[in-house]
Design a protein around this ligand. Structure first.
Ligand SMILES: [Zn+2]
Length: 75
């Protein structure tokens, strides 16, 4: 049965009707397009983690500052 690759649009003969792509590399590239490359995703997550850690640090710093005795006496 002749089918059209969902990634590159090339026609290919599929023996299995569940196949969407003409070859494995189209399958892989299409999944990268959907979810991002594994490396990119990891870098993105690492960056997000870094930002969260920085935010948490900032928050902890302001919280700490808010409960010093000096601040309590001043307010
Ligand atoms: Zn293809």
């Amino acid at each position: 049965m002749l089918m059209t690759c969902a990634h590159c649009g090339r026609e290919f003969s599929a023996t299995n009707l569940n196949r969407k792509y003409c070859c494995n590399s189209c399958n892989v590239l299409a999944s990268y397009a959907r979810n991002g490359r594994p490396g990119e995703r990891a870098a993105e997550l690492a960056e997000a983690k870094k930002q969260l850690a920085a935010e948490a640090k900032k928050l902890a710093a302001t919280r700490k500052k808010a409960i010093t005795i000096k601040d309590l006496l001043l307010t």
